[in-house]
Design a protein around this ligand. Structure first.
Ligand SMILES: O=C(O)c1ccccc1N[C@@H]1O[C@H](COP(=O)(O)O)[C@@H](O)[C@H]1O
Length: 235
């Protein structure tokens, strides 16, 4: 029986005593891991999806994960992965969380959570009001939700497309598990996204890159600073 993931109180309550918690996804080099940690991100994501320009093999992901300092939670992003692939990833890469970014059913999410004993974050694509119902279904089985833009029908990737959805669809809403906002976030729009949605956690990939798969340390730092810009300064 996996241990239920208990997030920090800031993520549970939607309050931000220490600032919004940031995930930088699609790290492909040790410098990216360093830049994310240095900027103050609390999660770093490794993509295991061959079609992505951010794909890392298991060997590279292991090397990257071993360079991550304490305080940067290591997240494996997979898309409709079978047990054989997940067995290999979890056996070789030190991880803190599994992110499911495909069409995994609630039953599959529950099975993965039980099999690996790691917290599981399920991504749900949103384009319109009707898509929100899925969040309730997955909140019953996942440790966290990742609320992303629904990819275009012909997209090669189910995420990492730099597309935002209408944030007003989730403004003021909450679920029974912590959630993270994603999709088209950049250093320029993340503060507004946080203000509008009340997100306590945000996730970014393409918005902090200089080219696909190339994280730009200056953009990473600017993103984290902007995400936390609504934290009141204590004098
Ligand atoms: O980043 C990728 O390459 C990727 C590939 C397959 C599934 C998901 C992927 N990224 C996730 O998508 C969101 C949104 O990305 P973006 O910021 O709009 O580029 C991101 O937070 C990743 O978790």
């Amino acid at each position: 029986m996996p241990v239920k993931f208990v997030p920090p109180s800031s993520a549970r309550a939607g309050t931000r005593p220490g600032g919004v918690r940031v995930k930088i996804c699609g790290l492909t080099r040790p410098e990216h891991v360093g830049a994310a940690a240095e900027a103050g991100a609390v999660y770093g994501g490794f993509v295991f999806f061959p079609k992505s320009p951010r794909n890392v093999g298991i060997d590279r992901a292991r090397e990257l994960a071993l360079t991550a300092p304490l305080g940067l939670a290591k997240v494996a992003l997979t898309v409709n992965a079978d047990d054989a692939l997940l067995d290999e990833i979890t056996a070789r890469v030190p991880l803190d969380m599994i992110q499911l970014h495909g069409a995994e059913s609630p039953e599959r999410v529950a099975a993965i959570r039980a099999r690996y004993g790691l917290p599981v974050m399920k991504a749900v694509g949103i384009a319109e009001e009707a898509d929100l119902a899925a969040l309730d279904h997955y909140a019953a089985v996942a440790d966290q939700l990742l609320i992303d833009a629904k990819p275009p029908r012909d997209a090669a990737l189910p995420g990492g497309n730099g597309l935002a959805f209408d944030w007003r669809l989730i403004a003021g809403k909450s679920w029974q598990v912590p959630w993270m906002l994603a999709g088209g976030l950049t250093p320029d729009n993340v503060a507004e996204a946080v203000r509008l949605t009340g997100a306590a956690q945000v996730d970014v990939s393409s918005g902090v890159e200089s080219a696909p798969g190339e994280k730009d340390p200056a953009r990473v730092a600017a993103f984290v600073a902007a995400a936390r810009s609504d934290v009141p300064v204590l004098r």
